[in-house]
Design a protein around this ligand. Structure first.
Ligand code: NAD
Length: 274
């Protein structure tokens, strides 16, 4: 396929657009993953806590797309932090997914009050060395958390998956990532759907003859971000992938850039979450 990829700091590549499956229930997740892979997606983002790893694996197998052609991410939930717990949780995820490796394994949240994310990161380094997690990274880490795991292990995460969309653009964190060759992955890239009604997005969308969702996804791609929009609706899964035949211009980038807000966060704050 000729879809865009991002080169990670460990030499692996990740498709820049993937399917997110948070809140994709077990009843619909198999069909959503299968549909996405049939449409051309080659990247799926799940997590132990989403409760649908079995269905994601089933959808992958039902699609007929070869395992080696799919970039599969899952995440370690907060209750499994700590070295030994992390190794056990990883085995359980592989078992549920029905695969013998994942392309990317992430620490879901830093949970600073637990004080265990450094030893958890050491377990992920072992998993990377074993080859069963081809790449390892983190999610919802801030610069301080990143500096700590890098400083204590010397291993830089391949990416950090954080809330990021036009209303919450994470410019300072993205600059930190760029300095350390950490890729940025956008969760809730459509602001959980809330950004689709933004009038400024509508202006850019009309100009290109695209939908608001396509316009926002294109904004992520044009900014070098890795985006994982979620849908279980077949027509929307297709719509969200039909974004490789246009680009935004400087005027569009400026208009959407102006939507950034310090109050734009929709999800949990990593410092206080869970
Ligand atoms: P999102 O920004 O992807 O928005 C999804 C919602 O937008 C859908 O439920 C639907 O209502 C709507 N939508 C999607 N496509 C549409 C279209 N074409 N037209 C109209 N409406 C459309 O929200 P999300 O699910 O929160 O985030 C995406 C993925 O990011 C998740 O599924 C998950 O994989 C990941 N995520 C990770 C974390 C984390 O802590 N690491 C947190 C939240 C989400």
């Amino acid at each position: 396929t000729d879809q865009p990829t991002v080169l990670l700091n460990d030499g692996h590549t990740i498709p820049q657009l993937g399917l997110g499956v948070w809140q994709a229930g077990q009843d619909v997740a198999v069909a959503a993953v299968r549909k996405a892979l049939e449409v051309g997606y080659r990247h799926v983002d799940t997590a132990a806590v989403y409760g649908n790893e079995r269905e994601v694996g089933e959808g992958m197998r039902a699609s007929g797309v070869a395992r080696g052609d799919i970039f599969l991410t899952t995440k370690l939930w907060n209750d499994a932090q700590g070295h030994d717990n992390a190794l056990r949780a990883f085995d359980a995820s592989l078992e549920r997914l029905g695969v013998d490796y994942v392309d990317l394994y992430l620490i879901h949240w830093p949970m600073p009050r637990l004080g265990t994310y450094v030893e958890t990161w050491k377990a992920l380094i072992e998993l990377k060395n074993s080859g069963r997690a081809r790449s390892i990274g983190v999610s919802n880490f801030n610069a301080e958390h990143l500096e700590r795991i890098i400083g204590e292990t010397g291993v830089v995460p391949a990416l950090n998956q954080v809330e990021l969309h036009p209303h919450f653009q994470q410019r300072a964190l993205r600059a930190f990532h760029a300095e350390h060759a950490i890729a940025t992955q956008s969760w809730s890239p459509l602001g959980q759907g809330r950004l689709l009604a933004d009038p400024a997005i509508a202006v850019v969308a009309r100009k290109h003859g695209r939908t608001p969702a396509q316009t926002i996804i294109r904004w992520h791609l044009d900014n070098g971000l890795i985006a994982i929009p979620k849908s279980v609706t077949p027509a929307r899964i297709e719509e969200n992938f039909a974004v490789f035949d246009f680009t935004l211009d400087a005027e569009d980038i400026a208009a959407i850039g102006a939507l950034d807000s310090a109050q734009g966060r929709i999800g949990s704050d990593p410092l206080t979450a869970h």
